[in-house]
Design a protein around this ligand. Sequence first.
Ligand SMILES: Nc1ncnc2c1ncn2[C@@H]1O[C@H](COP(=O)(O)OP(=O)(O)OP(=O)(O)O)[C@@H](O)[C@H]1O
Ligand SMILES: [Mg+2]
Length: 395
Amino acid sequence: MVSMAPFEDYQQNIISDASKLTFDYVPDRLVHRDREMKQLFSIFRQIVDSNVGQKAFLTGNVGTGKSVLSKRFCLDFQEWAREKSQAIEFAIVNCRARNTPSAVLLKILERFDPHFPDRGFSTTEMLEILRKHVDRQKVHLIVVLDEANVLVKKSGSDLLYSLTRFDEERIAGEHRLSLILISQKDLIEFLDAATLSTFKRTNTIKFDKYDKEQLWGILADRVELAFYPGTIEEETTELIAEIASEWGDARFAIELLENAGRIANDESLDFVNADHVRAAKAMTHSVITEDKLRMLDMHKLLTLLGISHEIKGKAYITTGQSEKGYAVACEEYEERVRGHTQFWEYLKELEGHGFIGLRLSGKGHLGKTKLISLPDIPAKVLEEKVTELLQSKRR
Ligand SMILES: Nc1ncnc2c1ncn2[C@@H]1O[C@H](COP(=O)(O)OP(=O)(O)OP(=O)(O)O)[C@@H](O)[C@H]1O
Ligand SMILES: [Mg+2]
């Protein structure tokens, strides 16, 4: 027998560079986001042209390119400004990971002082120190607060308020700070009156869902960067684009592409076909796994079924609508509808296990209505999974 070095026959014949498929990879150019890029540039060029700080708010659904565009923009804008002899610094903070003012400020300060101590300073002091840094270095700082809604929800809008007023007390001289806020949802409903008044004037750039053609273009670029030539046909990437276009989500599309590549590779093949894509689809959207669903009893499943019926095509529904949906589901499965108090318990438990989101409604709804949302599983997929389980229970 010929001796073989370990792992030698575990070949990687399909994916040539997996780093190009990760979510923090920033492509040199973004496809189909020219309009948004131009819009942002026309706002921010005022920093260089007229020395004034700017604000922009990027909003849109999951996977529409908000985060990646803000990164690409900062890199390119810094370069553009450099040619005009203006120093730009930027700090990108993910507020899901850092959801308090001091954690956010710490991340920003680390751009100027990598050893800045992580305790011992109040946020007011940290803001003062930041001001000294930018003044001393004569840079204009762009702060990107990604998933800003998490910060505001957790810690209020104080920091946003301070940052928007950063340059206000300067009588003359250059502005030193600009702000890009990113959130899937509108931030307005979370802000207090004072912050709101400064945000009324903020430029909003809306990111629409990608359609099939656009997703196909994004995928084609990634295939070129991350796959060996000839390992995946156009028809196959088209199928991925087709599937992902239901949600318009580029992240889902790239995830499908990567998983399909891995599945084909595990089969020791050197090409990806449509069946690998289908298998990849089945294993994605794993937040709500079948294992987790199996833990639920009949009535919690019926509650989920009712919700998935009602919520289709909507961002959220009221608890009243969900209760109606639950009653319909009970009827369908010939189960006695449980009372209101009991139904609330179901909702709270489902929330506790991460199956649904539950929050107080903002303005516009009377009283203390609560709103129900689904995590990143599409209603249709949830409906299918729950139905399957309910039917196996009935058998
Ligand atoms: N126009 C594009 N061209 C190339 N790649 C893109 C484009 N839009 C999105 N992507 C890629 O799709 C993935 C998701 O994009 P991104 O993280 O920017 O979405 P997002 O809008 O921030 O979503 P979320 O709201 O969930 O944070 C990333 O891997 C990103 O690189
Ligand atoms: Mg993002």
